[in-house]
Design a protein around this ligand. Structure first.
Ligand SMILES: Cc1cc2nc3c(=O)[nH]c(=O)nc-3n(C[C@H](O)[C@H](O)[C@H](O)COP(=O)(O)OP(=O)(O)OC[C@H]3O[C@@H](n4cnc5c(N)ncnc54)[C@H](O)[C@@H]3O)c2cc1C
Length: 568
């Protein structure tokens, strides 16, 4: 059996950071195992490298394709009510993980988020402790002040006003006239205002965690072995000590031994691995016929996301995104809802100039509203004990009334933006953009979709009547904007039925104090009650920050790497 000091399971955002940092010490023998394909320099799939992420989001070559989840809240007062509908939830299966297929938005969240982590029992975590690691991750290309790092592995930049299409200018103008302040730097001081969104990108190309941290020099280290297309099926134990893993590589079972196994398989798969290997809520494990190795009731609980919904509108030709600009998201607005005691900057609205890659998407601008300080929680449980079966995932978005109320308020605000005089002659016929299976099916790059959307696009431009017909009968589903504005009940129902996430699954193995029975991991990522077993990915966050989760995950991995190197 091949022996290592550390086996990192999952080469995603966190796994790529750990592979780099742990192998920087030549005495450490490190193995990185990733289920998906590799993306080495010189052989990065063009869809992954592309600045425009709208095709890779929906490209099944880079996904866990049988993963299906329910997003909406269950009717807890009606136990006989059916489970909310299930549908695909894209999770990356490729080197770099989420950072290889994500929207590249690169931000950090509120200082208060990380102080909350400390208050929630994650020892050693606070804004003061996390901030240096955010700086360590990044190489900011635009700002050189105390808020930024200059030497990190992930370049961060923004598209400033001169590179915005007409839609972005008009939305920004509406934000300004509604009294919002312009912030040149989204990652500067945490205050409300609108800003050019920051992205992990250089020379108009994505920089994933794999591109940034698993560069050619790192890959040449003799003490680092990277093996892609290898799915870990089992963790091996000697009592309560993890001793290695079993994995399947191109149909062959392999066994690897290690001093320490580090799960970096993301917030859905990491708790599933623990549970399959006998670590989790004892009753649930027994129900699934799994022998309990160590009872930890918090495993898979506390699943968090950012509830989100969009409002789309037909874009007049002059305001569409020109071919030369690849990025489709340009302006964001952080604001404070003042609802339900939420902290400052709890909400985000982003402007999207091109709703998706095809000819219909190019003619539709949209606003995406998101509850950034969310409170709703769901769970990950096992369907079966077989490693090939995906777990059951219930997000329960907007199950917390505070999230629902703020989403209702956000929706009304977004309609106000599209109806603002700054948008007159820019957009027309705003409609609720449900993120339905039909919309997602059209978002896959196929010849049939190209042809059909070309025809629909042509019809939309040809005359107002035809355009209205296509929008109302082919694109939009459900109530109109007028219906939503007329009745709170209709708006609430629409949100309950259509709320979706933005792929920010997190918090299912949360860090916490010794005294907290629901804590799964310690402040250094160690699995409580176990030896030689750690988790390092988005699952260990105690609560989801007011940020897109890639940078918080990279920061977390940088910090955990230092704990490991310090022998903690
Ligand atoms: C479509 C999409 C868009 C997003 N947009 C943004 C955005 O714009 N900005 C942002 O900040 N965040 C965004 N996110 C979220 C962000 O990318 C994730 O929060 C982050 O990547 C999570 O990192 P992780 O290390 O926890 O998990 P991942 O990066 O998902 O890594 C887990 C890795 O483990 C591998 N794995 C799983 N099981 C096994 C196994 N059994 N054996 C071997 N390998 C295994 C997976 O294949 C994967 O590569 C987006 C995510 C998605 C999916």
């Amino acid at each position: 059996m091949n022996e290592f000091d550390y086996i990192i399971v999952g080469g995603g955002s966190a796994g790529s950071v750990l592979a780099n940092r742990l192998s920087a010490k030549s005495a450490n023998k490190v193995l990185l195992l990733e289920a998906g394909i590799d993306t080495p320099h010189g052989n990065i799939p063009p869809e992954v490298h592309n600045s425009y992420p709208g095709t890779v989001y929906f490209d099944p070559r880079f996904h866990w394709n049988t993963l299906k989840v329910s997003l909406q809240a269950k009717e807890h007062n009606r136990p006989e009510a059916p489970r909310p509908p299930i549908r695909k939830y894209e999770q990356a299966r490729v080197m770099g993980g989420g950072s290889s297929i994500n929207g590249q938005l690169a931000n950090r969240g509120a200082p208060n988020d990380y102080d909350d982590w400390g208050r929630q029992g994650a020892e050693g975590w606070s804004w003061e402790k996390c901030f240096p690691y955010f700086k360590k991750v990044e190489r900011d290309m635009d700002f050189a002040d105390d808020y930024h790092g200059k030497e990190g592995r992930i370049p961060v930049r923004r598209l400033f006003q001169e590179d915005w299409p007409g839609h972005a200018h008009a939305v920004a103008d509406a934000f300004a006239k509604m009294g919002h302040k312009y912030l040149p730097d989204q990652n500067g001081r945490w205050e409300d205002g609108y800003f050019p969104v920051s992205i992990s990108n250089i020379y108009d190309r994505r920089v994933s965690a794999a591109i940034g941290y698993l560069d050619p020099a790192t890959r040449q280290r003799p003490n680092l072995t990277i093996q892609a297309e290898t799915q870990v099926s089992e963790i091996l134990f000697d009592g309560l000590k993890a001793t290695g893993v079993k994995a399947v590589h191109r149909g062959q079972t392999q066994t690897f031994g290690a001093r320490e196994v580090i799960l970096c398989t993301g917030a859905i798969h990491s708790p599933a691995h623990l549970m399959r290997n006998g670590i989790g809520p004892a009753g649930h494990l027994r129900d699934k016929g799994i022998e309990v190795r160590h009872g930890l009731p918090g495993v898979g609980q506390n699943l968090m996301e950012h509830p989100a919904l969009g409002l789309a509108a037909f874009l007049h030709p002059r305001y569409r995104q020109p071919e030369r600009i690849k990025r489709h998201i340009h302006v964001g607005l952080r604001y404070s809802s003042g609802i339900g005691g939420a902290p400052q900057g709890d909400m985000l609205m982003i402007q999207i100039a091109k709703s998706t890659w095809h000819q219909v998407g190019w003619r539709l601008g949209s606003l995406l509203m998101s509850v950034y300080k969310s409170y709703s929680t769901g769970e990950v449980t096992l369907d079966t004990r077989d490693y090939r079966d995906e777990p059951i995932v219930d997000f329960e978005l907007c199950s917390d009334r505070r999230d629902l109320d703020r989403m209702m308020d956000a929706y009304r605000r977004a309609i106000g933006v599209y109806r603002h005089p700054s948008l007159a002659g820019v957009v027309e016929t705003p409609f609720p953009a449900a993120y339905s299976d039909r919309v997602r099916a059209f978002a896959q790059v196929t010849t049939k979709n190209k042809v059909m959307t070309q025809l629909a696009g042509w019809a939309m431009d040809s005359n107002a009547k035809l355009r209205d017909y296509v929008i109302k009968n082919v694109i939009a589903e459900g109530p109109t904007v007028d219906d939503l504005m007329r009745s709170d009940d209709v708006l609430e129902q629409f949100i309950r039925e259509n709320i979706h996430g933005i792929w920010h699954a997190s918090c299912t193995n949360r860090m916490g104090a010794d005294s907290d029975p629901m804590a799964v991991t310690t402040g250094t990522g160690r699995v409580r009650g176990m030896m030689g077993l750690r988790v390092c990915d988005a699952s260990i966050m105690p609560s989801v920050p007011c940020a897109n989760t890639n940078f918080p995950t990279l920061m977390t991995a940088e910090k955990i790497a230092d704990h490991i190197l310090a022998g903690q």
